[in-house]
Design a binder for this molecule. Structure first.
Ligand code: IPE
Ligand code: IPE
Ligand code: MG
Length: 255
């Protein structure tokens, strides 16, 4: 086989989380208001969903609004909520047509009844789709997710549905917002900062982290492809040694 015809097999992450950061700075660089950046970010969301679906990623979790983002100026918060409702309404048909299952994760109790209604409808419509699970994290916080799982499990304990022995990592995972989905393999953050900002804390225990300076509205298929290629080149060891990861010895199978 010549070098050119060598087919590189890419390891595709099953579950990717993205912290879509940099909308405000993208707009400010163009002398516009921050909200202009949020609107421009919608096309980047479409591109990310397209890429995930076509590359075989099973779950994509997008950070749209954090539990801390309420602290922003009132005008920006209202505009983000309006935009969320608008996009939900305009995109859901397209998602359904493309066999994509939508789920909104986060503390939705803070949302208006109208928005909650829209979310419920969109989730119900796309419930049986299986080409890609798309999770939109809205009013989401990683600490909230963990506390919420603990709360649900505590209620079950009090009601006698489970015992304290059921408080294991695996049952806890079943009560976290991404339950039933593959483990988070890759966590991407755009916008140049190197932090998690209270995103998928429980889920990122063994995720590979990828940071890029690209501001969210400029993130496209090419940027996503670069993140997947980088992921594919990494050796994940889960506490084992590199040698253990490469051996086929059945005694080393826990690695
Ligand atoms: C991310 O972009 C979108 C949200 C947090 C809703 P930002 O609005 O945080 O943009 P920067 O980081 O200020 O540029
Ligand atoms: C994280 O971005 C939240 C979202 C992308 C929705 P932020 O811009 O809110 O994060 P910090 O404040 O810089 O940590
Ligand atoms: Mg930001």
């Amino acid at each position: 086989m010549t070098e050119n015809s060598t087919i590189k097999t890419l390891k595709v992450p099953q579950h990717v989380g993205i912290i879509m950061d940099g909308n405000g700075r993208w707009a400010q660089l163009r002398g516009k208001r921050r909200t202009f950046g949020h609107k421009a970010g919608i096309e980047a969301v479409r591109a990310a969903v397209r890429f995930a679906r076509s590359s075989g990623i099973k779950s994509l979790t997008l950070f749209a609004f954090s539990s801390e983002n309420w602290k922003r100026p009132q005008e920006e918060v209202s505009m983000l909520m309006e935009l969320f409702a608008l996009v939900l309404g305009s995109e859901v048909k397209r998602l359904h047509k493309n066999n994509i299952k939508l789920k909104v994760i986060g503390d939705t109790s803070a949302f208006s009844t109208k928005l909650l209604e829209k979310i419920k409808k969109a989730e119900a419509l796309t419930h049986n789709n299986d080409a890609l699970a798309l999770n939109v994290a809205a009013n989401y916080g990683g600490r909230w997710d963990i506390v919420n799982a603990a709360k649900v499990m505590s209620t079950k304990l009090v009601n006698g549905e489970i015992s304290s022995d059921d408080f294991t990592e695996s049952t806890f995972s079943e009560h976290i917002s991404t339950s039933g989905m593959p483990e988070l393999d890759l966590l991407v953050r755009t916008g140049g900062d190197h932090r998690i900002s209270n995103f998928l804390l429980w889920q990122s225990a063994y995720a590979e982290l990828f940071f890029t300076d690209i501001l969210w509205p400029d993130f496209n298929e090419e940027g996503f492809q670069a993140a997947v290629e980088d992921f594919s080149s990494r050796q994940r060891r889960y506490g084992c040694t590199g040698e253990q990861m490469m051996t086929k010895d059945p005694e080393q199978q826990q690695c």
